[in-house]
Design a binder for this molecule. Structure first.
Ligand code: ADP
Ligand code: MG
Length: 253
């Protein structure tokens, strides 16, 4: 995508779970090359918004357009094939496999034909290609040295980076990260922020769901603040920090 073009357009998306309105007609847009932060307290509807955008949950109402095409109602695998790649709030990995194997497997399962059954029948050339891609993505995010360690031996910070490497294997146009900094130590957060800045320099667009305000403020181009399923405000980090609505609702001042 061209830098600045409308990459993702979220138009009045709504999700009801029974009587609960988890996402209440939320709209925002992400331009190519930007990092968009989505913040708000627990239960605000951030993950649900994420699941609506990536096709994991069906919309109650509203529309999602990706690169100009409506993707609402498409299966998540088809949306992934078109260039959206996400991580989950809880790391999914096979601890007894190496980091490289986990990334290769993750990349494969995200691809269009990826089922575990089909993987057992992969030919050598295809397997080689998967591992080469996994290795390239691990090197890209600075994990070359940990490639052959068992995934289960990694600290939480490197585990989150491994998840990002997996998401990068499908060559996405938009990377969606659900609370990648949650539970990380300060040093690990810094390392993660540096990886995200590097990806942005390379032209990657990112939707970052995060709880940690400080982490978000120093990293993103724009922020959407949600509360009780509703979008409170959107703006640059400076605009959001200066907003009386946000100060009252989110910062408690
Ligand atoms: P956040 O990610 O901002 O913490 P969520 O999107 O996970 O918030 O949740 C928003 C609201 O929707 C919460 O009240 C949550 O309990 C509810 N919710 C989320 N997923 C489901 C579900 N599958 N079924 C019923 N309620 C849900
Ligand atoms: Mg969440």
């Amino acid at each position: 995508p061209q830098r600045g073009e409308a990459l993702l357009q979220v138009d009045a998306v709504r999700k009801e779970f029974g009587g609960l309105v988890a996402v209440n007609d939320v709209s925002f847009e992400i331009r190519a090359g930007d990092i968009m932060g989505l913040i708000g307290p627990n239960g605000a509807g951030k993950s649900t918004t994420f699941n609506l955008v990536t096709g994991v949950l069906p919309l109650t109402r509203g529309a999602v357009r990706f690169r100009g095409e409506a993707v609402g109602g498409l299966p998540s695998r088809e949306i992934a094939r078109r260039g959206m790649s996400r991580t989950f709030q809880h790391v999914k990995m096979i601890p007894e496999m190496t980091v490289l194997e986990n990334v290769a497997l993750g990349g494969y399962l995200r691809s269009s034909s990826g089922t575990v059954k089909a993987m057992l029948r992969l030919d050598r050339a295809e397997e080689k290609r998967l591992f080469a891609e996994a290795e390239a993505q691990l090197k890209r995010i600075g994990m070359a040295e940990q490639m052959h360690e068992l995934a289960g031996n990694l600290a939480l910070g490197p585990q989150r980076l491994m998840e990002i490497a997996r998401a990068l294997c499908t060559d996405p146009a938009l990377l969606l990260l659900d609370e990648p900094a949650a539970g990380l130590r300060h040093k690990e957060k810094q390392a993660l922020a540096e990886v995200l800045r590097q990806l942005k320099r390379e032209g990657m667009s990112i939707l970052l769901v995060e709880h940690d305000m400080d982490f978000v403020m120093g990293l993103v181009d724009r922020i959407v603040v949600m509360e009780f399923g509703t979008k409170l405000i959107e703006g640059t980090p400076a605009e959001v920090q200066a907003s009386p609505v946000v100060r009252a609702a989110y910062l408690g001042t």
